[in-house]
Structures are given as C-alpha cells and as structure tokens.
Design a protein around this ligand. Structure first.
Ligand code: SF4
Length: 108
C-alpha cells in the first residue's frame, strides 16, 4: 500500500471510529431516556447473523428503533463492507449513501 493510500485508509478509519463513537453516544443517551434499542437487547445475536431468518427479524425490529435514521446514515457511510444487519439493511447493496446527521438531543 502506498503512503497516500495508507494515509487515506487511516483517515477513513479515524472518521469511522469517530462516527461510531458518536452513534454509541446517541444510543446510550436514548437508553438513558428509557428508549429501547433492539440490537442491544436480549436478541442482539440476530444483528450479527447472516442467516436470512435472523436478518428478517432484525430488520423488522430495526423499524421500531428510535435511532433508525442515525444508524442508517452511519451504516451507509461507514459499514458498507460489514456483515450483519444495520438499520434494517443487510449488505452494501441495500445501503444507499447518505450523510451522517448529528445526534439529536431533546432541548432542555
Ligand atoms: S436501527 Fe441500528 S441501532 Fe437501531 S436496532 Fe437497528 S441496527 Fe440497532
């Protein structure tokens, strides 16, 4: 890998790590607010499986997730190469590119 390609990969890895940390912070805030995040519940195994039945169940549960829009934006930008279910979608062909929105918090 050339120095430029390596630097580009490092920048992408850093951007992904920062966006992931931001997503986790958003999920934690929602949970503190009493909201349920399906993929962090007792059936979290469904989200890391590539079995079609597991994907269908995970995808259905994602539709009720309060973080769906944020998660979809993150996954489409940073997790296109990963297995499992993100925001109800599986595989990079199901994830359209979008921009990651800033996490939203309730106005106090
Ligand atoms: S939308 Fe994202 S955060 Fe919510 S349950 Fe699905 S994978 Fe998890």
């Amino acid at each position: 890998m050339s120095g430029r390609a390596s630097g580009s990969k490092q920048a992408a890895d850093l951007a992904r790590a920062e966006a992931h940390a931001q997503l986790l912070e958003h999920l934690a805030w929602l949970e503190e607010d009493g909201r349920q995040i399906p993929c962090r519940g007792p059936r979290k195994d469904l989200w890391i499986s590539d079995h079609p039945a597991s994907h269908r169940q995970a995808s259905k549960a994602c539709q009720a997730c309060p973080a769906l829009a944020h998660c979809a934006a993150y996954a489409s930008e940073h997790e296109t190469h990963r297995a499992g279910t993100w925001a109800g979608l599986k595989g990079k062909t199901e994830r359209p590119p979008t921009k990651t929105p800033a996490p939203r918090r309730n106005a106090a």
